[in-house]
Design a protein around this ligand. Structure first.
Ligand code: NAP
Length: 157
């Protein structure tokens, strides 16, 4: 099974200057818990932020540079190559971004795990429009995190 996982502020913003635009413990813990036993596929920029967690995870980093090597992670030259490699491991596959990888993965993904954060953040990376692709809400949980509200939603096609 191939899942996309993302957290968005208002306007679908997901990143700023190579990092998350927010520091929300509940959001990060949800991401780590949800993806714990799977294979994570992410772009080279995302891995820069994630690399300190890679040791305990199965991670495949997308890069078109065949000379790059990543500590505690494999690399793959395309999304298809990464998915094939992940499928061979027989575990759930989590597409973890960034922007173009999300866009490319949407046709292949079974489920979308989207966390909506009800605040506007400055950003330079956005989650692509998804509402036309994932129609069926199958789970919803709302929590308060300090003065924020977070909705953990799961959609099928
Ligand atoms: N809020 C969230 O849930 C969330 C999730 C993910 C990311 N983010 C944020 O988004 C930002 C990072 O995302 P990004 O879009 O800037 O970068 P990214 O996707 O992490 O990395 C881009 C790089 O990945 C490689 N790549 C991308 N598509 C590829 C493909 N199809 N085949 C092979 N390689 C491919 C290329 O590396 P090479 O240049 O080496 O070829 C490309 O330069 C950060 O700010 C991060 O915090 C937020």
């Amino acid at each position: 099974m191939i899942n996309i996982i993302v957290a968005c502020g208002l306007d679908r913003v997901i990143g700023r200057k190579g990092k998350l635009p927010w520091e929300i413990k509940e959001d990060w813990e949800y991401f780590l818990d949800t993806t714990r036993d799977g294979v994570l596929i992410m772009g080279r920029n995302c891995f820069t932020e994630f690399k300190s967690y890679a040791k305990e995870r199965e991670v495949i980093v997308l890069t078109r540079n065949p000379n790059l090597r990543f500590k505690h992670a494999q690399s793959a030259p395309s999304l298809q190559a990464a998915i094939s490699r992940a499928e061979a491991l027989g575990r759930k596959i989590w597409i973890c971004g960034g922007e173009n990888i999300y866009r490319e993965a949407m046709p292949y993904a079974d489920l979308l795990y989207i966390t909506k954060i009800n605040r506007k953040y400055d950003g330079d990376v956005y989650f692509p429009p998804w509402e036309e692709v994932f129609h069926n809400e199958i789970s919803r949980k709302e929590i308060r995190a300090n003065d924020l509200s977070l909705e953990f939603l799961v959609f099928a096609k």
